[in-house]
Design a protein around this ligand. Structure first.
Ligand SMILES: Cc1cc2nc3c(=O)[nH]c(=O)nc-3n(C[C@H](O)[C@H](O)[C@H](O)COP(=O)(O)OP(=O)(O)OC[C@H]3O[C@@H](n4cnc5c(N)ncnc54)[C@H](O)[C@@H]3O)c2cc1C
Length: 443
């Protein structure tokens, strides 16, 4: 596309990656972000969040020349480490090859890296501490408020809404006819806790794993950080006897809840009571909407159009992948209307499939991983993959270690499951026939 002036709302993961990719194509990019400049200060407390980045995210980061830099800052996780209530652990690998691992990386650190990189590209500029308060879709333009109460208008040829799950840009599009949107809240929220490095340095738990304490209705997970610490996240219901409120606020009842549910983690949660009291509870939402563009002026990317719950570790990966696909279409076509329509067509169906996968994986992580049937299924899937190679790919492998579009991966997994069921049925029939022949056929 010939150079345009592109306004991006949101300097989060998708917005700053897209700024790099479009800036490198020669577009003038202005990114408007309500938060302060991440290059100038520390991350917000209690919301450090580390992310599992995998093949899709790395593909898009590679487009910006940043995959290696991200991997240098990441800790590889080769499988799930399941913690039973009695403290026993079991490791379930994610894949069969050494490179089939996911990478734990600090979200704030990743965002800073992207902003630093984008800031060095001529033609890319940021306006931090500048909150979008209104959107003119047809101009297109953003009305922004700076920290001091002043307002201003930022206009361009094109507008990208990369302003996250509660996108202002999407909200403006939703006021127009023929724009569908649905927002579904999870009944569980999340709160972060910290497992610091061991005294004298090093990790307190196995570093190359995503730790899960699955407890049915609720769970805790922990992802490793480069400095030897882990970020633990509780996923507890908002209501009922297992809720955050039900744990109380006094030290004894908080400790009692953790001693009951995660006894082996308690010695490592050195600031448990303070962090449990002070850290905010986040909500989790699924957003489905469409079309992802308004005429040939405005387009959405990342959580703004496809926020998913975090249980497949794919939200940021999908946001990066969408930014990469959109940037590639910018490079190939000159008409913004054509780019946007092709982009919606290429991505929307698959983002909806991911939303379903992410919800289903919550049940798997907090509950099904405890069942012997789950472990058997994983073993059989791995065995079939070892025997048949790329002809049989487990669903997790397709989603996490390939770029097979999400809905196609789901369809293929269903076909594979049907084949396995038929093969199992055929094996049973053959065995019965062989048995019958042995008993009645040989005289
Ligand atoms: C607990 C948790 C764990 C997760 N774990 C994983 C994981 O392991 N792997 C994975 O791939 N994904 C994970 N995710 C999902 C991932 O964080 C998101 O999908 C990803 O951040 C989306 O990127 P984005 O740029 O679209 O949105 P965001 O990162 O939310 O960025 C949006 C930006 O827009 C800005 N903004 C919003 N409103 C305005 C406004 N009015 N004016 C100006 N700026 C505005 C925000 O400040 C923000 O900087 C997790 C999410 C959560 C909550």
């Amino acid at each position: 596309m010939r150079p345009r002036r592109v306004i991006v709302a949101g300097a989060g993961l998708a917005g700053s990656l897209l700024a790099i990719l479009l800036g490198r194509q020669g577009h003038e990019v202005v990114v408007v972000e309500r938060r302060p400049d991440p290059r100038e200060g520390p991350a917000e407390g209690g919301r450090s969040i580390n992310l599992a980045i995998s093949t899709r995210g790395l593909w898009a980061l590679g487009r910006a020349g940043l995959a290696e830099s991200v991997l240098e800052r990441a800790v590889p996780m080769r499988g799930r480490m399941l913690h039973a209530r009695d403290g026993r652990t079991r490791f379930v690998p994610y894949g069969i090859r050494p490179d089939e691992c996911i990478h734990s990386v600090s979200r704030a650190g990743l965002n800073r890296l992207l902003v630093e990189h984008a800031g060095r590209i001529p033609g890319v500029g940021f306006r931090f501490s500048c909150k979008v308060v209104d959107v003119d879709l047809d101009a297109p333009a953003l009305v922004c408020e700076d920290g001091a109460g002043g307002t201003g208008r930022v206009a361009g040829d094109l507008l990208v809404g990369a302003d996250g799950a509660f996108s202002r840009v999407r909200r403006a599009m939703a006021r127009r006819p023929r724009f569908d949107v649905s927002q579904a809240w999870l009944a569980h929220g999340y709160r972060e806790l910290t497992i610091p490095p061991a005294e004298g340095g090093g990790f307190r738990l196995e570093p190359n794993a995503l730790h899960i304490w699955p407890r049915g209705e609720q769970m805790m997970i922990a992802l490793p950080n480069h400095d030897g610490s882990f970020t633990a996240t509780l996923f507890w219901p908002f209501e009922g006897p297992l809720s955050f409120d039900a744990a109380g606020t006094d030290a004894a009842s908080i400790r009692a809840r953790f001693e009951r549910d995660y006894p082996d983690a308690v010695p490592h949660l050195t600031r448990l009571v303070e962090e449990f009291r002070e850290n905010p509870i986040g909500s989790l939402v699924t957003i489905r909407c469409g079309p992802w563009h308004h005429r040939d002026r405005v387009v959405l990317v990342g959580d703004a159009c496809h926020a998913v719950v975090p249980f497949y570790g794919q939200g940021a990966n999908a946001a990066f992948e969408s930014a990469g696909v959109l940037a590639d279409l910018f490079a190939r076509h000159d008409e913004p209307g054509e780019v946007f329509a092709r982009y919606t067509q290429a991505r929307k169906r698959h983002a909806d499939a991911l939303a379903d996968l992410a919800l289903a994986n919550f049940d798997e992580m907090r509950d099904r991983v405890r069942s012997p049937l789950f472990l058997l299924e994983k073993k059989l899937g791995t065995l079939a993959h070892r025997l048949f190679g790329r002809a049989f790919l487990p669903l997790y492998t397709m989603v996490t270690f390939t770029r097979i579009p999400y809905a196609d991966a789901v369809a293929r997994a269903r076909r594979q499951a049907r084949l396995v069921r038929r093969a199992a049925a055929a094996a049973v029939v053959l065995l019965l026939a062989a048995g019958a022949w042995a008993v009645f056929g040989i005289r």
